[in-house]
Design a protein around this ligand. Sequence first.
Ligand SMILES: Nc1ncnc2c1ncn2[C@@H]1O[C@H](COP(=O)(O)OP(=O)(O)OP(=O)(O)O)[C@@H](O)[C@H]1O
Ligand SMILES: Cc1ncsc1CCO
Ligand SMILES: [Mg+2]
Length: 265
Amino acid sequence: MVTTSPADAFAATRAATPLVHCITNYVAMNVAANTLLAAGASPAMLHAAEEAGEFAAMADALTINIGTLSPSWVEGMVAAIDGAQRAGRPWVLDPVALQASAYRRDAAMRLMDLSPTILRGNASEILAVAGDSGAGRGADTTDSVAAAESGARRLAVERHCVVAVTGAVDFVTDGSRAVRITGGSTLMPRVTALGCALSCLVGAFAAAVPDPFDATVGALASFATAGEIAAEKAEGPGSFGWRFLDALAALDAAAFHGRTRVTPA
Ligand SMILES: Nc1ncnc2c1ncn2[C@@H]1O[C@H](COP(=O)(O)OP(=O)(O)OP(=O)(O)O)[C@@H](O)[C@H]1O
Ligand SMILES: Cc1ncsc1CCO
Ligand SMILES: [Mg+2]
């Protein structure tokens, strides 16, 4: 189980105001930056290879997402990872839809070989990284989180990283510890790029919470809690989107009580 509770991890992240370098996709840039601001972090979305290494070394964490990939972006990602690693900063990989094409799969596996601190994806994506047959439909999952749990455990051990499989019930493991996180809302997969925004939030928590497992659980639990609160009054995906940002911005220790539950797996 976690030694830092999600409420404490959230408070530590807000207090640290981490600068998070995000190389994410065109769809996610805006919602991810707003998600980080709502949690008290400072987002920076930049990907040119000419500056990404320098910037990543200065930031408190790096997040990499392959959603709208092209060769020049991959060079920026590799430069950023090198900068982050030289500076001893954590980095998060979100391998969006890697199963959709050979180009995307090769890029994702090249990035996996650079040893992410944390891997976060939906079930189809984690199955594909693990070498199991993850189907998926573009960026959307067609597999259950439960189906990806054993692959996630194996990956965490082999790659020495924390693996988070998200969906209706999230699963997080570092190979020895494992938990499930309930909460969130069925409206969340109906708003584009919320998973991508979550990967950026995981980076913010990893900058502020020393244990990457606790950081990941804290980020996922905070996200699910804000989602649950936003859904209480949302009328559909549109109002859910802005209510979610407001709920994350207003999150406090009391909000965690009795809502999202973290249980050993
Ligand atoms: N059916 C659901 N019920 C409750 N919460 C959900 C559900 N689906 C997703 N969530 C919430 O949304 C978070 C991230 O979602 P998801 O796993 O759908 O990401 P994703 O598939 O990578 O999304 P995207 O590709 O759109 O960025 C989960 O951690 C969870 O909090
Ligand atoms: C819809 C979409 N297409 C490429 S990235 C992305 C955001 C969700 O992953
Ligand atoms: Mg995704």
